[in-house]
Design a protein around this ligand. Structure first.
Ligand code: ADP
Ligand code: MG
Length: 328
């Protein structure tokens, strides 16, 4: 479980590539035992941030604290943070056993200890049966477990995983998520993983940090990100559909989710632009008189151009692009 002890702290981290500011004066606290997700569109600096934490990329400014100690200037091998890369980065010419054993061999462990550690990691990840298999012969899901086992044998202080599910086929993705959750519970360790896909954050993480423009726009539970997005960008990014924003004045708008509106009656109205079916629910993309785009829903498709009356059961008030409060 997540504790109140800060495991990792990033203080005012900035990273530029040329003139481009990728990480902008960013602050973050990760708590011990947490499974924390960093969520953001491609190209927002998620991998860069992990590389800075693990020490293979140097920040231009700022400080990194691990267990309260400043590790900003320590080389990667002295940070004791394990990183699992998106590609898994396994050695294709070694079998599974040798891949997992490799970091221990480099660190000078004795053969007997290596065997013990590799076997126990393999057991934990359910890959004992494939230890002698060639890496080229195993599945994507198995490769991921091998990469995790290789990270695990070093008994790192924490784990960083870059898009851990993106190279798995859809069928095993769900299981992989559940396994990550179980692994964290068994190891009582701290995990940070990166994803661009919000479905990969909704039911396994304690907190999700939404990264954009070099900063965390919001750090919250997935439920709060959906219901109380701090600004319009988060409201747009989270959810199957962008949050609908109805302009009230220049500075004030109302934001709502499709299921917060009741279509068919009420004194608001909008014109249907397109229909979209998700599961067994019809969503209607609509335009209001002032040009605001809103998403409503119901059980049947609606003719394009038809007018829908609706009212709101619940809505958020935004002032100057910031969440003020929810009315329900
Ligand atoms: P993400 O992982 O969120 O997709 P990255 O951290 O890989 O994003 O990249 C963030 C931005 O920084 C991108 O615009 C990328 O092109 C740029 N970038 C990443 N690494 C380098 C590098 N070594 N040199 C120059 N630009 C880089
Ligand atoms: Mg990346």
């Amino acid at each position: 479980m997540k504790t109140n002890k800060v495991k990792l702290e990033l203080k005012r981290i900035t990273k530029k590539f040329g003139k481009k500011i990728v990480i902008d004066n960013l602050n973050l606290k990760i708590y011990e035992g947490e499974l924390f997700a960093i969520l953001g569109p491609s190209g927002t600096g998620k991998s860069t941030l992990l590389r800075i934490i693990v020490g293979i990329e140097e920040p231009d400014s700022g400080q990194i604290l691990l267990d309260g100690k400043d590790i900003t200037d320590l080389p990667p091998n002295r940070r004791n943070i394990a990183m699992v890369f998106q590609s898994f980065a396994l050695y294709p010419n070694m079998d599974v056993y040798r891949n997992i054993a490799f970091p221990l061999k480099i660190a000078g462990f004795k053969k007997y200890d290596i065997e013990k550690k590799v076997n126990s990691a393999a057991k934990l990840l359910g890959i004992s049966e494939i230890l002698s298999s060639a890496v080229s012969k195993i599945s994507g899901g198995q490769k991921q477990r091998v990469a995790l086992a290789r990270a695990l044998v070093r008994e790192p202080s924490m784990f960083l995983l870059d898009e851990p599910f993106s190279n798995l086929d859809a069928r095993v993705r769900f299981t992989a998520r559940e396994e990550l959750k179980r692994l964290r519970e068994q190891l009582h360790s701290t995990f940070v993983y990166v994803t661009h896909d919000q479905r990969e954050t909704s039911n396994i993480t304690s907190r999700v940090g939404v990264l954009n423009d070099g900063k965390f726009q919001q750090i919250d539970s997935f439920e709060n990100l959906y219901n109380f997005p701090k600004n319009k960008w988060v409201g747009d990014f989270i959810g199957n559909f962008p949050m609908s924003f109805m302009k009230k004045t220049d500075s004030i708008s109302w934001g709502f989710r499709p299921e917060w509106a009741i279509a068919g009656r009420g004194n608001l109205s909008a014109k249907v632009v397109t229909n979209e079916l998700v599961g067994d629910i019809n969503y209607w993309m609509c335009e209001m008189k002032d040009g605001s785009m809103v998403v409503l829903r119901g059980d049947k498709p609606k003719e394009v151009g038809s007018i829908i009356n609706f009212k709101l059961n619940k809505y958020n008030i935004y002032k100057d692009n910031s969440f003020v409060k929810q009315i329900s």
